[in-house]
Design a protein around this ligand. Structure first.
Ligand code: TNX
Length: 501
């Protein structure tokens, strides 16, 4: 019998039939399959239930994992749970996502643990489903980043953008410019301790992410957001520019103004710039991009470009053209915040990251569209929907408010192809950024990220026309994730819009 209610899954799958009853999971349940996803399933089951399933490579088994490239689109899978459970991935990523879906169907009742019976066929709407972690304003070590990868990849997100440099600190070792981490990494916003990733740390993060089908996109933010570079190499930067907003914000927050050559502990933006007309700057960019490219297997390097208010427009455009060309020369695809679309000759194929509002303001839409005119594409990070560092409500203790107050419903109810006047095919997908001005610990990060990142996961994964795509269905399905998140130690914010179970 097929039940009428929807399955408790986020993101909603392409098609799902709930069947009656549960398939028991006990100490005698065996898992058949040789792919890494089989081991990941066994580990996750044990964390959740305390039951360590047996694995076998030649059957018989109650849970079977296999790959068939013809079974679904890329990253897709089918999952049937009846008397047995069978997951067929189109590829390794699809199998991993099938496992994540299966784990959301795990329930405990008087009879013990079991899986809700169901028939599911699934694949993503967008190829690009990302999350960003700002490790500059506050630093998060390798273990924290791994935990962040675990919890976000479980929602079928497949890109992790690491914001590795900003005014407050430089967070990754670069051998050819060693003072970056020797002199400009020790502190963070509000005088918090800093930190940085050695090359081995960085490679460890990249490998951990890859095992969970996440591509790491490293960002070096240029030509603004570069005060820390000047702490290490003063000859690369201009003197700080004090704009009115910086002075007013610093006063309101009781934060110091930037002082050349000294670590910056405030959050103000738009006061720093590298020297656009010095060839030394481009030697620096070339070296940093080369070393990052060498240790980044993913195709992208993000070159920044946001809020460069301390750089005159013509200089900014010149820099955007040269910096994106350097990334192309290093064999990578440049990614840039949408402002770099002001540069007429930005490298062809550069991907723009749009962070304007869902109703674009000022020059934002035209800048974003220029990436498409240059043969590139766009990632949508509309600030008033996807920004994970905005407060849920006026009185929420963490977060900022400049892009709006973003409750879970607001995070959920937006459409990435309806923001800009570009062909739908130019939208690669969605990324939800977590800026870390107000978050000192991973627990605080998680309170801002969860549950809203699940809204972006559904916007990016689930078909727009799915009957499940609507707030009333989403809030109930989202609420059903509480036991899973609690078991995994995810410190989510129990927003009162959601009926948590
Ligand atoms: C804007 S939007 C920034 C960041 C801040 C963030 C805080 C964008 C690309 N840049 O520098 O951390 O606001 O919400």
């Amino acid at each position: 019998m097929v039940l009428p209610h929807s399955l408790p899954l986020v993101p909603a799958p392409v098609s799902a039939l709930a069947r009656e009853g549960r398939m028991p999971v006990t100490a005698t349940t065996r898992v058949l399959g040789s792919s890494p996803a089989a081991a990941q399933l066994i580990d996750a089951m044990e964390r959740r239930t305390g039951i360590r399933l047996d694995s076998t490579v030649d059957g018989p088994a109650e849970i079977e994992l296999l790959i068939d490239p013809d079974s679904s689109a890329a990253e897709g899978y089918t999952l049937e749970i009846g008397d047995r459970a069978i997951i067929i991935g189109a590829d390794e990523a699809g199998l991993f996502y099938g496992v994540q879906t299966l784990l959301q169907l795990l329930r405990e009742d008087d009879a013990g643990w079991g899986l809700l019976r169901a028939d599911i066929a699934d694949s993503p709407r967008f190829p690009r489903r990302g999350v960003m972690l700002d490790v500059t304003r506050h630093f998060f070590g390798v273990d924290d980043v791994k935990t962040f990868i675990d919890s976000t990849s479980a929602l079928k997100l497949n890109h992790l953008h690491l914001h590795l440099s900003d005014d407050q600190g430089w967070r990754v070792q670069i051998d050819s410019w060693p003072l970056l981490t020797e002199r400009a990494a020790a502190s963070a916003a509000d005088g918090a301790p800093g930190g940085f990733y050695t090359k081995d740390d960085y490679r460890e993060i990249v490998a951990y992410a890859a095992a969970r089908h996440m591509i790491v996109i490293p960002e070096i933010d240029l030509p603004g957001h570069t005060h820390a570079i000047g702490v290490a190499y003063p000859e690369l930067v201009e003197a700080p520019v004090m704009n009115d907003a910086l002075i007013a914000d610093s006063k309101r927050l009781g934060q110091p103004l930037p002082v050349a050559g000294e670590p910056y502990l405030g959050w103000g933006v738009g006061h720093s710039s590298v020297r656009i007309h010095s060839e030394r700057t481009y030697e620096f960019v070339r070296d940093v991009v080369r070393e990052l490219a060498e240790m980044t297997p993913g195709p992208y390097i993000h070159i920044g470009g946001d809020e460069s208010l301390g750089t005159p427009q013509a200089d900014f455009d010149l820099f955007a053209e040269r910096a994106t060309a350097i990334v192309v020369e290093a064999g990578k695809v440049p990614v840039a915040w949408h402002e770099m679309g002001s540069a007429a000759a930005i490298a062809e194929g550069t991907i723009g990251q749009y962070w304007g509002k869902t109703t674009p303001e000022g020059t934002h839409a035209a800048e974003a569209a220029h990436f498409v005119e240059r043969g590139g594409a766009l990632i949508m990070s509309a600030a008033n929907a996807t920004y994970l560092d905005m407060k849920y409500s006026d009185d929420f203790p963490l977060g900022l408010t400049w892009a709006g107050i973003i409750d879970v419903r607001t995070a959920y109810e937006w459409e990435p192809t309806a923001v800009l006047d570009v062909p739908e095919s130019a939208i690669l997908g969605v990324e939800a950024p977590l800026w870390s001005e107000t978050t000192r610990t991973l627990d605080e990060v998680e309170q801002l990220v969860f549950p809203r990142v699940a809204a972006q996961a559904e916007v990016a994964w689930s078909p727009r026309e799915s009957p499940e795509r609507g707030w009333e269905s989403f809030r109930v399905r989202l609420g059903s994730l509480a036991p899973l998140w609690k078991a995994e130690g995810v410190d989510f914010h129990p927003a009162d819009e959601i009926p948590w179970s």
